[in-house]
Design a protein around this ligand. Sequence first.
Ligand code: C2E
Ligand code: CA
Ligand code: CA
Length: 679
Amino acid sequence: MQVHTEWLEQIINNSHIGILVVDRERNNLFVNDRLCEMFGYTQEEILSTNAEIFHVNHDTFLKFAELAFDAVLKGEPLAVEYQFRRADGSLFWGHIAGDPIGAENEVLWTMVDITQRIEAQKKLEDTNYNLEQYLEAIDKIGIGLFVVDEDYTTRYMNKTMISWFGNQMGKTCYSSVAGLTEPCPYCKLPEVISGKKRVLYEPTTPDGQSFEIVATSIKNSDGTISKMEFIRNVTDQKEAQKKLQEQKEKFDYQAHHDSLTGLPNRVLFTDRLSQAMEKAKRNDSKVALLFIDLDHFKEINDALGHDIGDKILKQVSQRLQGCIREEDTLARLGGDEFILILEHLVDVQDASRVATKILNALSASITIEGHTLYVSSSIGISIYPDDGDTTQNLLKFADSAMYKAKNEGRNNYQFYNESMTELAFERVFMEASLREALTKEEFIVYYQPQINASEDRLIGMEALVRWKHPSMGIVSPAKFIPLAESTGLIVQIDRYVMKKAMMQLSQWYKEGLEPGVLAMNLSASQLHQEDFIEVFEALLEETECKAEWIELEVTESQIMKNPQKAIRILQEISAIGIELAVDDFGTGYSSLAYLKRFPINKLKIDQEFVKDLPYNEEDSGIVRAVIALAEALKLHIIAEGVEKEEQKKFLIENGCKNIQGYLYSRPIEADSFKEKFLL
Ligand code: C2E
Ligand code: CA
Ligand code: CA
């Protein structure tokens, strides 16, 4: 705002305060209209002389100079009440405050006429009020008066006080306060008794009334000291303060939220984003910003009107909220623009998963007042700190990525960093073809033999899935199992593999062959399916497999995700006669206490420890320890990943004769397996 000098002039002259500036020699330099009025001089009269013109006489002028003027020049701002003389010779009282201004030791005086107040005070002093009149006056203005002796006996209460607390005179003061059995800390304050201080205290009684107390000590005629309290009921005031606070909070909320959807607005969003960035910086994690813009929203708004437009925005915001976690921030920037902050990103591609979820959620039709509408959206994604490290840049980049999405034909998402988009598409492509693979039966089961190496006898096999992709060829499970797990497809894949493998096993038994035990991998999501046992029992029946032919492999980390639940399910599995093996043993962190409680039958030494046997001392130590542990817990043991003779030798010598590994065979198709190991 620009301040004009005319304004200042008006402000100065219309003020009810008199203003005067004098120099070091007390010559008058400036005076406003109000001061001229107060004293009855013209401006010219005042400016042609010095400050003595205002004073009662020469002596009071000198005294004022000594008292006030010098102090002000020493840099002590000062306010005094002093008597002055008007042009007509009459005297009056002024409240005058001085401040040094300028570099030349000038002083700015401001003055208020307080004659009326001083006179009222004088009158009061002159009138001979007696004690009763005082007390009556105090009662009338609604102040409670309360006198307590040093031993806490209530000596006096005025009417107001009695109306609040009942007559307590003669009783101990604290007995009148609910719940108190001894003097409150405030009563004990030695400062009050010694008369050094006035204290403020704001108790709130159980019925919600608040009082403000000012206490002081008084000396009785017999020389003892009592405490006198002036008590004001401030309940209403408090109430008003509370209301004011609530109002303030409401305004605060309104200032930070969008009134239509209740979502955070741009202000709060910016704040949350910088907090998220700071947190990510500390934790070395990433933040994703998703800029979501509805497609063709303007057309809908123009065609159907703003009321319907608003209803759509509300529904959209609800759907968006359904796609995010509690810790994520969804904000509305205005119009049909939403923005989403995703924190604690483990993988940048998690952002693409959320974006896909949003696109799907918004693609379902919206019905409003009989209109069935379709609103798609375009999403732009930027990543902190990869793309930028300021809120502005991240927003700008997410916005430009959103425009890229619009250009790509809307209803899609784009990363600001294009290679991210490619990666996301690869995943999406992979996910889509993974779904297709299930219907097209592209999964096949390979079998790897498990051998009792000291007797050179087949004891069973592990079923391992392979994906025979029409163009990619054989895809290793290491490539697609993690994706299958994160999309939940693993459950179906595993059921498929199990069924295939169990049918094969039962077929071999029917042919009079002796394939031994079939080990199958059980994913965590499969393990935690509510109907797992049911499905599995049905499978046993359907494939005509006996429970004792089957072994399930679970990893330590799968169990440890939710040990209580895992124990329950594993017990059910074990109860139907299926053996359980702990896969990749040693790589997780099973506690021995749990291990004892799990109904497991076998430990499978992870290939990581087998790889460098027998030369690596640490690994040989671990392997020996695991074998000893299995013996102590009466568990079977098998080693996987055995490729070399010397590894086999070491294992046999140390008590682990069961072996699985390339030394005997890679995982192979059923026909080859039959040919090599069953005939
Ligand atoms: P895993 O259960 O630990 O399976 C053992 C892995 O070690 C297999 O890899 C196997 O081919 C490999 N292997 C066996 N002997 C040797 C050896 O001597 N040297 C070396 N270097 N490797 C050996 P694969 O088949 O690639 O499977 C990888 C992982 O994928 C499996 O690890 C398992 O966790 C998972 N998986 C495989 N099939 C399935 C399945 O049907 N369902 C589930 N849920 N997971 C599966
Ligand atoms: Ca396994
Ligand atoms: Ca393993």
